[in-house]
Design a protein around this ligand. Structure first.
Ligand code: HEC
Length: 160
């Protein structure tokens, strides 16, 4: 708890109310991550704590970039059916493995296991990696943006 408070107050910005709301949402956001991470697992940046990961510029950039995915995907298990498959537990999972989702034959027959490398290729240009897939998304050209987005997904899809 002390750690969380310290984390929150470290984030305080100028005006009090704004700062408080922001810190509160940061804590709310990081709480499941902090609780769900097994000891010793640092999702992306070696040698940093989980709090430092969610505080990193890459994570924040990734959170921003994921806005364009959110209409179609959730990163936490959810009963809500969106246009795209649920991405909870994505890392280490085979492509087209979310239960009850109507994947395209193309993605079903693709022999892909999702990790940083395969996600990077997918997000650069889904139509090139798996021709005939039904994800209506052109791709992200900027490698740093893809890396940031993948870091965010890696943290968020791992928490239960
Ligand atoms: C317009 C809706 C839409 C948007 C926007 C979208 N996706 Fe998708 N996504 C889909 C659909 C539909 C599929 C399933 C594709 C298929 O079956 O061919 C999919 C599949 C995926 C998969 C494979 C999942 C699996 O279970 O194998 C990943 C990973 C993924 N999307 C990530 C993203 C990310 C990250 C973004 C944002 C940059 C994004 N998607 C944007 C609709 C969308």
């Amino acid at each position: 708890m002390t750690g969380l408070l310290k984390y929150g107050s470290g984030q305080r910005v100028g005006r009090r109310v704004q700062g408080f709301l922001w810190a509160t949402s940061l804590v709310a956001l990081s709480l499941p991550v902090l609780m769900a991470q097994p000891a010793g697992v640092t999702p992306n940046t070696a040698g940093t704590s989980t709090a430092a990961v969610t505080d990193s510029p890459a994570y924040k950039r990734g959170r921003l970039l994921f806005i364009q995915c959110r209409a179609c995907h959730d990163l936490k298990p959810s009963p809500v059916e969106k246009v795209g498959p649920n991405l909870a537990g994505l890392f280490g999972r085979a492509a087209a493995a979310a239960p009850d989702f109507g994947y395209s034959p193309a993605l079903r027959s693709a022999k892909i296991t999702w990790d940083r490398q395969t996600l990077d290729t997918w997000l650069e240009k889904p139509g090139s990696m798996v021709p005939g897939n039904i994800m209506a998304f052109a791709g992200i050209a900027n490698p740093a943006d893809r890396a940031a987005l993948i870091s965010y997904i890696e943290v968020e899809s791992a928490s239960r």
